[in-house]
Design a protein around this ligand. Structure first.
Ligand SMILES: Cc1cc2nc3c(=O)[nH]c(=O)nc-3n(C[C@H](O)[C@H](O)[C@H](O)COP(=O)(O)OP(=O)(O)OC[C@H]3O[C@@H](n4cnc5c(N)ncnc54)[C@H](O)[C@@H]3O)c2cc1C
Length: 344
């Protein structure tokens, strides 16, 4: 997303940018996403969710998102919802295909199947594919974001942000096709007793559950729910519907009595039947990346901008360190800023 946004903004400012896209389609992970572009309500709430992030980056993201959403709509994007459905957050939801189409048209010259060799604005989507591969985790992102922008930046002398070992994690019941990334996600860790393969309780989850997923030992866990939890709603679905989605995706869904260990006593398991769902940690995007300042300039170890190099989206780290935020919001706000800085 960030590359298309940067090109659209650069074109608006009178430049003639070229977007070089490694994949066989435009839109990156945005195209696969739920496309809710959101922010925390306050800076305090943002910092509380992402305590290791850079304050200046967070402040600018929070302060500029609403105007950036208005800008996207000035290009022709229409929101399908003007709220997120989460009382903690503010934002808008778009149809990812329609938004991609609008951004591609505004970006102008988008060349597919062309990995970049030289770039001014790095926007390759971080290194989710590489992280998933090296850690033996599932990938829940486009297959092309393997750290090319990161390597290019490092070769130019860039510094790394914090959070290089963190990722935005989601629980999936199996390796699923990318068209199923949203539907198959198991979003009820907080309603479940979450156990490792020895039956040990993995503890509670933050509201976003990304922390919990990153704690799955060897990327695996069991979600065990009782009859009450099955009726709970998370976003637009009940837990029972998500369990059915796990079954439909070929996941391991079984009566909890068939688990190979004794269930520990838990206030979460009161009303039978108890149902167990096998879940796997899936990498949606990386949290760490190139260190940038609030002008999207890539910084070296001395904190000095690397001449003529900018980064946005998941290539730029240090915004959500220690937690979770909207990757699309970062791509939108810092994609715009990167174009403005590069042309300043
Ligand atoms: C299933 C799913 C649901 C999600 N839901 C949400 C949501 O509701 N809200 C939210 O905020 N975020 C969501 N996200 C995360 C969001 O999609 C990402 O944070 C966001 O797309 C990151 O933007 P980006 O521009 O950094 O990367 P991308 O959008 O992935 O774009 C990076 C692009 O760079 C290309 N690329 C990679 N390497 C090279 C190279 N060497 N040369 C040229 N091109 C290259 C890739 O092919 C890709 O097209 C979701 C993600 C997924 C997968």
């Amino acid at each position: 997303m960030a590359g298309l946004v940067a090109a659209a903004r650069a074109r608006e400012l009178g430049a003639a940018p070229v977007v070089l896209e490694k994949g066989d389609r435009a839109g990156g992970s945005m195209l696969l996403s739920s496309c809710v572009i959101w922010r925390h309500r306050t800076l305090d709430a943002f910092r509380s969710d992402c305590p290791g992030g850079e304050l200046a980056l967070q402040r600018r993201l929070l302060g500029e998102l609403d105007a950036a959403l208005d800008w996207v709509e000035s290009l022709g994007a229409e929101p399908v919802a003007t709220e997120t459905g989460n009382p903690r957050t503010l934002g808008r939801r778009y149809d990812p295909r329609a938004l991609t189409k609008v951004l591609v048209a505004a970006a102008g010259d988008v060349r597919l199947r062309q990995p970049f060799a030289e770039a001014r604005i790095l926007a390759t989507g971080g290194f989710a594919a590489r992280l998933a591969h090296t850690r033996g985790l599932l990938l829940r992102a486009n297959p092309w974001s393997a750290g090319d922008g990161l390597e290019y930046g490092l070769a130019r002398g860039a510094d790394l942000s914090g959070g290089m070992d963190e990722y935005y994690g989601r629980a999936l019941p199996a390796a699923v096709a990318e068209t199923e990334y949203v539907r198959a996600a198991q979003l009820y860790g907080r309603h479940a007793l979450v156990l490792d393969d020895a039956g040990r309780d993995l503890g509670d989850a933050a509201w976003h559950e990304s922390d919990l997923v990153q704690r799955f030992p060897a990327g695996k866990a069991w979600y065990v729910v009782d009859a009450r939890a099955l009726q709970e709603r998370v976003r637009e679905r009940t837990v029972a519907e998500m369990v059915e989605a796990a079954r439909a995706a070929g996941g391991d869904v079984r009566p909890a009595a068939e688990l190979p260990f004794e269930l520990p006593p838990s206030p979460k398991l009161i009303e039978p039947p108890f149902v167990a769902v096998r879940v796997f940690a899936a990498v949606t995007h990386t949290i760490g990346g190139l260190r940038i300042d609030e002008e999207a300039r890539v910084l070296d170890r001395a904190g000095i901008p690397v001449a003529g190099l900018y980064a946005a989206g998941a290539d730029a780290g240090g915004i959500f360190t220690g937690g979770y935020g909207s990757g699309l919001a970062a791509a939108l706000v810092y994609g715009r800023i990167a174009a403005e800085s590069a042309l300043a």
